[in-house]
Design a protein around this ligand. Structure first.
Ligand SMILES: [Ca+2]
Ligand SMILES: [Ca+2]
Length: 153
């Protein structure tokens, strides 16, 4: 099967990710030099970034990590509005489940803080956001923006 991976290593982002509310970060990376992390926010605030499943996508898997106030400041991940992950505290890099998705599914990564205290890095991180595209390209496509690789799942 083929997979399309956003590794955040260059500034051209796949899947509709855009820099702003979340940004490329070197503070903590799973692979390479960059991950994607929330921009700095104050207490009682939330920042989200959204990806859209590409044509042919059947599954989603990604790496995530958090350094936040346990039980109060959370990374949450939603697929088509349904909460799939909610984590807080000190969480080292963890591989998500392989979630089923459909082309056009909306994936929202959300970092939200309660009204006080910001220990740790005060941040959520994601890296290697991977959509499974069974009928997709089987070979790497030239160019920095698209990282396409064959994978066995
Ligand atoms: Ca990376
Ligand atoms: Ca807090």
């Amino acid at each position: 099967m083929a997979a399309i991976v956003e590794d955040f290593e260059d500034s051209t982002l796949l899947f509709g990710f855009s820099s702003g509310t979340w940004v490329r970060s070197t503070a903590r990376v799973y692979r390479g030099s960059y991950a994607f992390s929330n921009s700095d926010i104050g207490d009682s605030n939330t920042v989200s970034t959204t990806a859209t499943a590409p044509a042919g996508a059947t599954g989603l898997q990604f790496m995530y990590s958090v350094s936040s106030e346990q039980n109060y400041d959370f990374l949450r991940v939603y697929i088509d509005g349904a909460e799939k992950i909610a984590v807080s505290g000190e969480v080292s890099w963890t591989q998500s489940a392989l979630f089923p998705v459909s082309p056009g599914s909306t994936i929202t990564f959300n970092y939200s803080k309660d009204s006080s205290s910001s220990p740790g890095l005060d941040a959520a991180f994601i890296d290697d956001v991977t959509f499974i595209v069974p009928d997709g390209p089987q070979r790497a496509i030239a160019g920095p923006a698209a990282v396409v690789r064959a994978a066995v799942w």
